[in-house]
Design a protein around this ligand. Sequence first.
Ligand SMILES: Cc1ncc(COP(=O)(O)O)c(C=O)c1O
Length: 392
Amino acid sequence: MRDLFNQPTDRRGTHSSKWDLMETLFDVPPEDGLAMWTADSDYPTAPCVLRALQEATDHGVFGYFADLSRYEAAIEWWMKTRHGWEIDPSWILTTQGLGNAIALSIDLWTQPGDRIVTFNPVYHEFEQKIRRAGREPVQCPLKREGDRYELDLDDAQSRLDGTEKMLIFCSPQNPSGRIWTPDELRAVADFAARNDLLLIADEIHHDFIYPGQTFTPFDIAAPHARDRLIVLTAASKTFNIAGQKTGNMIIPDDELRGEMVQRLRAIDYAPNALGIRMVTAAYSPEGAEWVDAQIAHLDTNRKTFDAAVNAIPGVRSLPLASTYLAWVDFSGTGMSFEEISRRVRKNAHIAPSPGPEFGPGGETFLRFNLATQTARVAEAGRRLQDAFRDLQ
Ligand SMILES: Cc1ncc(COP(=O)(O)O)c(C=O)c1O
């Protein structure tokens, strides 16, 4: 099964944002460039998902559809067997992916001018979505302690002025790969309660858990927070099907869920039939086996990458507990961010995500997507060593 992840693929010219926008956005030539920015994977999805699509195209009829019961049962099964989380299928609302779910939540539950809290560095789109909606981000820095980030809730508290309405929390955390402990999740729930914040828990990366690590869903750690909790999950990263734009809001509270149901009706949202088929097929015993094999593959990739970049003086890839996104600190090189970025893009021909996009704490970082063939990760390691050869 592991070889499925090492078959060479060429995504150039396939409408892939990661590969086909690389030159426009990062000035990295597609001929020999390595696209390591946006968070999708370069290998095909699981065979069970491909078969479900094949069955759909064999049938050939793509009319309106109804009845999400099998889809909801598959999600219920996945949360229970993979995460020990018992949900009621009626809690599940479907959206056009989680970016859409975040934007909808901001739009429904806050007003223009309201302040929305995040803990940074964090997935850059949180800030973008807050700003685009005319709300104000309150970016509270995480504390870096060695290779780890810690919450600093006292510092966060001191940044609030009482006009905050929402907290968008990433768990596991993108970009650091940090998995929060149940105690930390409870502390975040208490912080939200103290400040009367609606709590959006973005758990999109929850299936990428490396050996020896344990992920706890927010709702299990802090069931007392249910009256303010919106959990976001999706099969999109796990199964590399982000282009099908299907994600879920899991909302245990009847009142909050009722408000979102009404909004989804008002904007005439209905899920995409092919996305539903793909997720239903993915969340299955066969899909679970594929995910386990993928994690073993990614475990090799993170070790390969870290060994190469950590050999460059002044460069540190923080050890990942989760996600396939290596968060690499170049501060020890003493170079400006512009020089670091120039060497990586123009000398190594690699396009990673720029750390400053992730807000306070990301100034000296680049984020490298490792969800690709191991040979590509090794090649990236060699190119980075060459680009900083003068430091060795
Ligand atoms: C934490 C987090 N949330 C949401 C998204 C976007 O999800 P979607 O593709 O479902 O819109 C990403 C994508 O990288 C992410 O890392």
